[in-house]
Design a protein around this ligand. Structure first.
Ligand code: NAG
Ligand code: NAG
Length: 424
């Protein structure tokens, strides 16, 4: 009996210790948050205040039509896609054949009429469609859907006094409604809009966050989003379900938006809201490029010689009956940069390539189809380095993009990197 009591007391003491540690640990979170929100948001330099089109309420609209230019799908890309019975492969090759026969095609003839495919149609074309995971069924059903309404727009993001600005770098950051804290860290650090000056140039940087809508079983954050959009003028929200397999659609509508609303942009950075970007280093790298490269850039952490993942439980799963063949070289979607001059051809070629569920693979396909080589750069770290080096500012000084950092790490790193007394 006595032994039991002793064990009981010991357990009680250990538990109290754990609870104490846990409470203290947890307190650190909220406290840090308070400190963060006290840091004033810097005004956008040299730019009139940006007003979103919404006045607290979402007004849906279709973006105007963008003309599709005539583009050729490179032989290298055609050859890389086997003529197999997989659904995607057949869709791609039959589209090309129609194009060859007709010379030029109208949009619906290329990528479907944008409506959801019926279950009968999918069962007839994919023998094991019924065994696909539910999310995958959703993807295949809606893979022709390319023109969602825009709910929150920023039509004046890249203009001053009604005239288009020569934006040097546009950040297009994939985010989702609930990631407010990450967006705020980006705004206060590497995604800060404004003019970066050096001795010879003033380089204009602009930022937009790319969002879809949450699903019905998520809490409705619409009201918060419209307040956030009014406050910061940097949210783009489209009316589609914000899921992993819809990231390709997100890329597609972002290309269209950039053509319409940021036509003079020199470079576009597309990436995640949990990366750390050394904006100054990126601008210096872009400035150093040869003129020929400046208009044909697709640079990042290049992943080569990979094939679809066939394990059902992995996020990147792609069924054999859906897509067959290797992947093109592609830049990891955590963060890559491409030339604004390529926007129109990218958007146009994408109409000839059926959507693929993995967004960065899809981007790689479009660049290969345009015959533009992916450029490897060691400064893009999609994979992380050792934990103890995570906050070493000197290591970050020469890197361009690092995946992945918490909002708190991002803020600390940015402050250290900015410090004039930092010697590396
Ligand atoms: C779109 O195409 C599908 C066949 O792929 C057809 O069943 C449907 O009626 C079409 N919808 C419209 C609005 O044309
Ligand atoms: C993508 O969004 C559309 C429109 O909201 C939706 O119908 C579809 O199911 C979504 N796809 C996935 C894979 O979530």
């Amino acid at each position: 009996m006595k032994g039991h009591v002793r064990i009981f007391l010991a357990t009680l003491v250990i538990c109290s210790c754990l609870v104490f540690i846990y409470l203290n640990f947890n307190q650190e979170g909220p406290n840090t948050h308070c400190d963060l929100s006290d840091i004033p948001v810097r005004p956008v330099m040299g730019h009139p205040s940006i007003r979103p089109v919404t006045d607290g309420k979402a007004k849906r609209a279709q973006l105007p039509h963008v003309r599709i230019s005539e583009v050729h799908v490179s032989p290298a890309f055609r050859k890389s896609i086997p003529q197999s019975s997989a659904f995607w492969n057949r869709k791609f090759h039959s589209g090309l054949k129609k194009l060859n026969d007709a010379g030029h095609l109208r949009l619906p003839e290329i990528s479907g009429n944008g409506t959801l495919e019926s279950t009968e149609y999918l069962q007839a074309n994919i023998p094991n469609f019924n065994t696909y995971p539910p999310m995958y069924k959703d993807f295949v059903r809606s893979m022709n859907f390319r023109s969602p309404d825009i709910l929150i727009n920023q039509p004046n993001k890249c203009t001053s006094n009604g005239k288009p600005d020569n934006v040097t770098l546009l950040f297009g950051i994939k985010s989702s409604a609930r990631n407010f804290e990450r967006r705020q860290a980006v705004r206060q650090t590497w995604g800060q809009e404004g003019v970066y000056e050096d001795m010879h140039n003033s380089l204009l940087v602009r930022t937009v966050f790319l969002l879809g809508t949450s699903s019905l079983d998520d809490p409705d954050l619409g009201m918060l989003l419209s307040v956030e959009a009014q406050q910061f003028g940097d949210l783009l929200v489209w009316d589609f379900k914000d899921t992993f397999y819809n990231l390709t659609l997100k890329e597609h509508v972002f290309l269209k938006w950039s053509i319409l609303h940021c036509p003079q942009v020199s470079f576009i950075f597309k990436g995640d809201d949990d990366v750390f970007v050394n904006t100054k280093a990126i601008l210096e790298y872009l400035k150093s490029l040869q003129p020929a490269k400046k208009s044909k850039l697709y640079v990042g952490h290049i992943i080569v010689q990979t094939s679809p993942v066939r394990f059902r439980n992995i996020k990147y799963f792609v069924p054999q009956t859906f897509y067959d063949g290797p992947y093109p070289p592609y830049a990891g979607g955590g963060g890559f940069v491409f030339s604004g001059a390529l926007l129109e051809s990218l958007y146009s070629i994408s109409w000839h390539i059926p959507f693929h569920p993995i967004d960065d693979v899809y981007t790689g396909m479009c660049f290969l189809a345009l015959d533009i080589a992916a450029e490897k750069h060691m400064g893009f770290k999609t994979f992380d380095f050792m934990v103890k080096e995570r906050e070493n500012p000197c290591l970050h000084k020469h890197l361009l993009v690092v995946h992945r950092r918490s909002p708190q790490e991002t803020i600390r790193l940015w402050q250290k990197l900015k410090s004039p007394i930092l010697i590396c």
